[in-house]
Design a protein around this ligand. Sequence first.
Ligand SMILES: [Zn+2]
Length: 196
Amino acid sequence: MEIRFKCKKCNKENIIEVDDEIDITGNKNLLTELLNSDYFKHKCAYCDEDNLIIYPLLIKDSFHKFYIRLNPENKKLVLIDTQEAYKIRIVKVLNELSEKLRIFNSFLDDEYIESIKYQIKKDLEEHNDNLKIDNIYFYKVEKGFLYFILFDKENYLGSMKYNVAGYFKLEEKFKDKINKLEQVIDEDYIIRNKLF
Ligand SMILES: [Zn+2]
């Protein structure tokens, strides 16, 4: 697909050819580029400036069995015809994309991760006056703990860890309530379905 962007530095229009679908199965380099957003950086042909260009992109991984659709314009999606074993997700921003990639590459399910995020946020806000957490993201799993990073509107607030055993308890509790056809798994989904 051909896209046009105006360079943020010299303001000249660039026309580039990008893939609207990529397969990242077993491709560690591509995964890293997506995780750190390098994939979306395009050099201006006139001044060499790196421009971060976000466009609709479908990412497929047939080992971890997911499709993630980066859908920045929030356009209505045409459903992808696929086998039921695949998770299909829609995300709007790069932070959400990286998070989903980290979750699925850690062999975790985002429904339970979102539930944990909701609980952590609620707990912290209830016990700390004036604290408002705007974003919380799954970061990694290590030595029996899941790690989350927290932000308010502007700042990084810190990280929290959560015992993996708690994750498995949630899985046990909610596995029959998960709607496998749902494509947007976020805080709203958790609240709507009372998965907390
Ligand atoms: Zn330029």
